[in-house]
Design a protein around this ligand. Structure first.
Ligand SMILES: Cc1cc2nc3c(=O)[nH]c(=O)nc-3n(C[C@H](O)[C@H](O)[C@H](O)COP(=O)(O)O)c2cc1C
Length: 191
């Protein structure tokens, strides 16, 4: 799959078919996270792969999101900020979360390359899920990903904003791009 197709074709899935993913594809997607940029090349994440139906149901309950139950696999992404703190004491919090985002985007895109879908889950009761999975208290659950084959009929995803509304040249609110758009009335391809 081409990179542009992978990025622009990705879509959250909240309905999964009964077909089970090949677990090796999930492991490969986790492996892809290790190529994401990391401050000081420190990799502060661990992953819990869950294929136990009862545990997935319990997670769905603590996330208050029933659709998670349909997934045959879920991956819980766990960070250890202390690993970052030793090298970056003042920025460990923001670095860890930024790195989690970079790692998880690799993860999602690699799943997509295998035809698999997921939905980034950020709403959940962290304490309860840590307890259920025996994750150490001092660690942080960054996100949870139920994984499967999407059974949703979806339209081609749309960009979440217009490039002309988010782009400045040289200085904040220097809106050359918008002026150019007005004059030329043509898409970004021309630039
Ligand atoms: C930090 C974060 C937290 C999210 N938490 C949830 C969640 O708890 N439940 C859910 O259904 N979707 C969640 N999402 C997915 C977004 O709702 C989804 O990305 C958005 O609706 C856009 O759809 P798309 O992913 O298909 O582009 C989350 C996404 C992010 C980045």
């Amino acid at each position: 799959m081409e990179l542009k197709e992978a990025i622009e074709g990705r879509k959250s899935a909240r309905k999964f078919s009964s077909k089970k993913a090949d677990w090796r594809n999930i492991i490969e997607a986790i492996h892809s996270t290790q190529y994401a940029p990391m401050a000081g090349s420190i990799f502060p994440f661990k992953f819990v792969v869950i294929d136990n139906k009862e545990l997935i149901e319990e997670i769905a309950g603590w996330a208050e999101q029933d659709f998670i139950k349909q997934a045959k696999y879920a991956v819980v992404v766990v960070s250890d900020e202390d690993m970052v703190k030793s090298s970056f004491p003042k920025k460990s919090g923001v670095f860890t979360h930024q790195e989690a985002g970079a790692a998880m985007e690799n993860f999602i895109l690699t799943l997509g390359d295998f035809g698999l879908s997921t939905c980034w889950i950020g709403h959940f009761n962290e304490e309860k899920i840590k307890k259920a999975l025996k994750i150490p208290e001092e660690n942080c659950i960054e996100a949870i990903f139920p994984i499967g084959y999407s059974s949703e009929k979806t339209k081609k995803p749309k960009a979440k904003s217009n490039i002309y509304n988010i782009l400045y040249f040289n200085r904040w609110e220097h809106d050359r791009m918008r002026k150019v758009e007005k004059i030329e009335s043509r898409g970004p391809e021309g630039y």
